[in-house]
Design a protein around this ligand. Structure first.
Ligand SMILES: N[C@@H](CCC(=O)N[C@@H](CS)C(=O)NCC(=O)O)C(=O)O
Length: 116
């Protein structure tokens, strides 16, 4: 798999999930100009990252979709474990999309590790 990302942006969540799952993947770090360019639009017509290029040639976009895919594909990593109660599951679902953007606060980097 290939994860397309911009350093310090919301693909960090997908990157952490790939590392946590011990998946076989490589990372393509893109500049903002590259993300907006014609070549990358062939991969993701929305011109945003993350995009996860799968080994079968399909491309997944949207952090939540990627995280759900990885949770199901790598069950041993226990990333998709949900609380037993409905309140807990609701809180978990509410947090999922925002977790991918946690590293961005009004356009500033906060805790993003520079390696990712
Ligand atoms: N809902 C999308 C949001 C994707 C998104 O907006 N990505 C930003 C980085 S956090 C991006 O690629 N921006 C492109 C740009 O700034 O030109 C997701 O969670 O994957």
């Amino acid at each position: 798999m290939i994860l397309y990302l911009m350093p310090g942006a919301c693909p960090l969540a997908s990157h952490i999930a790939l590392a946590w799952a011990d998946a076989d993947y490589t990372v393509h770090r893109l500049s903002r100009e590259t993300v907006r360019g014609k070549a990358y639009r062939q991969i993701n017509p929305k011109a945003v990252v993350p995009a996860l290029f799968l080994d079968d040639g399909n491309v997944l976009t949207e952090s939540l979709a990627i995280l759900e895919y990885l949770a199901e594909k790598y069950p041993k990593a226990r990333m998709g474990v949900q609380p037993d109660d409905v309140e807990g599951r609701s809180i978990s679902t509410r947090r999922s999309p925002s977790s991918s953007a946690t590293c961005i606060w009004r356009g500033r980097r906060s805790w993003c590790p520079s390696a990712m």
